[in-house]
Design a binder for this molecule. Structure first.
Ligand SMILES: [Zn+2]
Ligand SMILES: [Zn+2]
Length: 115
């Protein structure tokens, strides 16, 4: 698949319960749980936390699972969306390609190797 593939272009994005629902240009649908999206936040702040060595004194800023929600979605160009979380964290910009690649549905998981 190329970067311009309809598979990476959502026709619709909506919040459904505690999941982000994406309807893709190729007809596929993805339901991404908030907790997994936040855990995979691509911003440098969150990446730094995940990659930092374990330090018991470090204050954990990541919210507990089940506590976080999406406050709003901000389109970023034609290729990404910025997620504003209920705790005010808003530096994570998620490319559509990366969202498609973390689709947890059995079909995408079976294909493997996509990520
Ligand atoms: Zn982040
Ligand atoms: Zn899928």
């Amino acid at each position: 698949m190329t970067y311009d593939s309809p598979a990476f272009k959502p026709r619709n994005i909506a919040v459904a319960g505690r999941e982000l629902a994406l309807a893709w240009g190729d007809g596929h649908e993805s339901y991404l749980p908030f907790d997994d999206l936040r855990a995979g936040c691509p911003c440098s702040l969150c990446r730094g936390h995940r990659e930092a060595p374990k330090d018991p004194l470090r204050v954990v800023t990541a919210p507990a699972r089940g506590q976080i929600a999406i406050r709003s979605l901000v389109p970023v160009g034609a290729y990404a969306v910025q997620i504003v979380w209920s705790d005010g964290h808003d530096t994570g910009i998620y490319s559509f390609e990366s969202l498609r690649k973390v689709c947890p549905c059995p079909t995408c998981r079976a294909e493997g190797g996509l990520s």
